[in-house]
Design a protein around this ligand. Structure first.
Ligand code: TRP
Length: 370
């Protein structure tokens, strides 16, 4: 396993090789780096919230992104809420088989525990549907945003681009997400670039609420993911379940091998690291380096004309070695689902207590006391 102290340095090395970085993203990254320094100095002052939609088990893109960031916050000692955002599952899809979402939630819980999240007072795992107060907080929050705020959200715009019908839930889920962020008075939100507009809305709601009714909420800051973008085995799109290009934390060694060996590469007869011109091979190098803490350029040079097949063989071994203890632990946990369910039940109890208190404070401040 990689040492946590090493992770930030790897990410810092790799992030600058990513060609998709924009100006404002670079700005946000700089702020995140200085925020992270402050967090390390005084972890007790920070509360973090992050979440996943339960659309399926978690894959390597999740692992080398959000999950490792959560482990870093855990190791630093920041109180962290981790949300399985089950109501968000329904913003853009119907679930024709309710067992599917139940299975997804179970898979994600197993993934969290297998990678080393240690549930307890400092790491609170919970889900939307067990915290009704979040829905109630959403109503006053809706009165603080305008229809144009909702229509303008670039992430939502992207999500509805190819949808025939846009649901009310789709347009308003960022307000529900603001309730996720604010109910626990989180001041740190570890997120990827696509979530920045949601965070902006939460900040707006926090500011407005505090202006109208008195200081209640902190102004949450984004801790931008330090992780590079991991492409799927097609070498084209970001790794994701919907693109069917993912390797999962729970994948077997054989599945991992067969996916990597059939991963798309280009026709150059040698290996080199060039994410812009050779995204497929560079992505394989990147994955290798995330598992081994080596530099992708150095690895590429050492493989050179031995070619892509050689790299793939190395990568299969590196991935399977890296994930062996995690996968073993996952198998063990799967035999004790009673414990796994207890974890989320305890988390829900703690999260709900916070939500009840915050809702009460909100109602009192708004004069809703009779
Ligand atoms: N929208 C996030 C995603 O799709 C999930 C999420 C829901 C979330 N509520 C949150 C993330 C609160 C951070 C904070 O990944």
């Amino acid at each position: 396993m990689l040492k946590l102290e090493n992770l930030l340095s790897i990410y810092n090395k790799l992030i600058y090789t990513n060609t998709m970085i924009t100006e404002s993203y670079t700005e946000s990254r700089k702020k995140s780096v200085s925020l992270f320094r402050k967090i390390q100095e005084n972890p007790g002052k920070y509360i973090s919230i992050s979440g996943d939609r339960p659309t399926g088990a978690l894959h390597l893109g999740h692992f080398f992104g959000v999950l490792q960031n959560r482990l870093i916050l855990q190791s630093v000692g920041v109180k962290s809420f981790i949300l399985i955002a089950d109501y968000q599952f329904y913003t853009d899809r119907k679930c024709t088989n309710p067992q599917e979402i139940e299975q997804n939630i179970q898979d994600i819980l197993l993934d969290y525990l297998a990678v080393g999240i240690e549930p307890g007072k400092n790491m609170i795992i919970f889900n939307h549907s067990n915290i009704p107060e979040l829905n109630q907080l959403m109503l006053p929050f809706l009165s603080l945003v305008t229809v144009s705020d909702l229509n303008r959200n670039p992430t939502v715009k992207e999500e509805i681009k190819f949808l025939k019908d846009v649901t009310g839930a789709m347009l308003t889920y960022p307000v529900h997400q603001a309730a996720d962020i604010l109910f626990c008075k989180a001041n740190v939100v570890p997120i990827g670039k696509d979530q920045l507009s949601h965070l902006e809305l939460a900040r707006k709601i926090s500011r407005k609420f505090n202006n109208y009714y008195g200081k209640t909420f902190p102004l949450p800051c984004g801790l931008l993911s330090e992780s590079p973008i991991i492409l799927g085995v097609d070498g084209k799109k970001k790794m994701s379940k919907s693109q069917k290009n993912a390797i999962y934390i729970k994948s077997t060694e054989e599945e991992t091998a067969s996916l990597i060996m059939s991963a798309r590469t280009d026709s150059f007869p040698y290996v080199s690291y060039n994410p812009e011109e050779r995204p497929e091979i560079s992505n394989l190098l990147l994955l290798y380096c995330l598992c081994t803490n080596l530099d992708p350029k150095v690895v590429a040079d050492s493989i050179g004309e031995k070619g892509a097949y050689y790299l793939k063989r190395m990568l299969v071994d590196a991935l399977n070695d890296f994930f062996l203890p995690i996968r073993r632990k996952r198998m063990q946990l799967k035999k004790d689902l009673g414990y796994v369910l207890e974890v989320i039940q305890n988390g829900n109890k703690m999260a709900r207590e916070e939500a009840i208190n915050t809702l009460e404070e909100v109602n009192i401040k708004m004069g809703l006391v009779i």
